[in-house]
Design a binder for this molecule. Structure first.
Ligand code: CA
Length: 429
């Protein structure tokens, strides 16, 4: 029998705290989960440094990826299956794209990508198309199949309806992470009625629309996303941990470049510091490895590397104040000078961090990052863009919210030292 059609002799289930069960019937999906590249996602946390604020947030990208797969599976097998607008031949590619969409995430994704100038989307494609176990399994379907899966994830796939299941303003990815992150952080935001949303989704040419009777469930979802961003994802204290993590890696890289002799060999980081990372180096790295190096670094001679890695491991985080870089530019320059005078290197100890989010966007053709809006299907079958029907969504539509924070080690500043006093006064001014 053709591999693509092959079903498991008996359905397998994973117990899941968010979806109760995750159902696997296809041999292909079962084999993909068993690959070493997919298993690696167990060793990458979904929320990076957030566990230092919400201690429950230790869940992995493995559990999120299974969750996204399950939501796509329910869409295509339970909701779309009888619709003439849904092409059943797209089922497998949609399931695989949902399962594999985060495959290229590195350890502590954002900080890591930033310091080493890497892009997880590039590595997702590289793992799917390169010499890997995932690629070998996908090719059992057909030689062209890995490219199809990669195209869906890269949003270049011909059938936009399939793309929209994985990446749009209401997709399986967001629906899983909002609920999963809410569950594991323990916050009361982030919950919405996914069962209701699934029941009102209607596949159409190029997209999936929402039956207008489901508008309030969609409003609830948009608001829960808005609240999760500011209460959890952009939490200022987990950003402090991320700042310290970035600065630790940056310090190690700069020491390496300056010819510093590390007491513990830095084998895993070699190509990252050199800037010639290959796929295997990338796959070999996970959060366990990073944290092991951080343990080593607390015993290095370099005082900055030693201090920063200790801070991260033992949660001795930086404090922060709000800043407005446009109007407080002089204050920032002044602080840099004062830090240097006090011999606290501002490169590592005075850090500006900005977060920005657009909760929902209507369609503005040609603009940067244009997003497909959510359409409601009215009883007369006409489509209406969500913010035109919903006052709540209209109120937050297209409004970008940004905040800037300045991080610094308050514990290093001694209020009896006049220079430190001056620094503290300038920060608070
Ligand atoms: Ca994701």
């Amino acid at each position: 029998m053709q591999y693509a059609m092959k079903k498991l002799a008996e359905e397998k289930v994973f117990k899941d705290p968010v979806h109760k069960y995750i159902h696997v019937q296809d041999q292909l999906i079962w084999d993909l989960i068993a690959t070493k590249e997919f298993q690696r996602l167990r060793r990458i946390k979904q929320l990076g440094t957030t566990y230092l604020v919400f201690h429950g947030a230790e869940h992995s990208r493995f559990s999120h990826s299974l969750g996204v797969y399950e939501i796509v599976r329910r869409m295509v097998d339970d909701v779309f299956v009888d619709s003439p607008e849904w092409d059943k031949d797209e089922r497998l590619v949609a399931l695989c794209a949902g399962l594999l969409h985060d495959l290229g995430h590195g350890p502590f994704s954002h900080a890591f990508e930033h310091v080493f100038d890497l892009d997880h989307e590039y590595f997702t494609r590289a793992i799917i198309l390169g010499d890997t176990e995932v690629n070998e399994v996908l090719k059992r379907v057909s030689d062209a199949f890995p490219q199809k899966v990669s195209d869906v994830i890269a949003k270049t796939y011909g059938n936009k309806q399939v793309v929209s299941l994985i990446s749009s303003q209401i997709d399986a990815d967001r629906m899983d992470y909002l609920q999963r992150d809410a569950y594991f952080t323990g916050v009361s935001y982030g919950h919405f009625d996914m069962e209701r949303i699934l029941r009102v989704m209607r596949p159409q040419k190029d997209q999936v629309v929402i039956k207008s009777t489901g508008m309030h469930a969609i409003e609830d979802y948009i608001m829960s996303r808005y609240q999760m961003y500011w209460q959890v994802y952009f939490h200022p204290v987990s950003r402090s941990a991320e700042v310290i993590l970035s600065k630790t890696l940056e310090r190690a890289k700069n020491l390496y470049k300056a010819g510093y002799v590390f007491q513990f060999p830095i084998n895993h980081f070699h190509s990252f510091f050199e800037g010639n990372v290959d796929l295997q180096d990338y796959i070999d790295l996970d959060e366990g490895i990073i944290l092991t190096y951080f343990q080593f670094w607390t015993q290095e001679k370099d005082p900055i590397l030693k201090d920063l890695s200790h801070r991260f491991l033992n949660r001795k985080l930086f404090k922060f104040v709000e800043v407005d870089p446009a109007n407080e530019w002089e204050k920032l320059v002044q602080l840099e000078k004062l830090f240097s005078e006090a011999e606290i290197d501002p490169t590592y100890y005075l850090v500006m961090d900005s977060s920005s989010d657009l909760p929902y966007d209507f369609y503005r053709p040609g603009e940067e990052g244009e997003r497909l809006p959510i359409y409601l299907q009215l009883p007369n079958k006409e489509l209406s863009e969500l913010s035109r029907s919903s006052d709540i969504v209209d109120a937050i539509s297209g409004k970008r919210r940004t905040d800037h924070k300045l991080y610094y080690p308050k514990d290093l500043l001694d209020s009896t030292n006049p220079l430190h006093q001056k620094i503290l006064a300038t920060i608070q001014a």
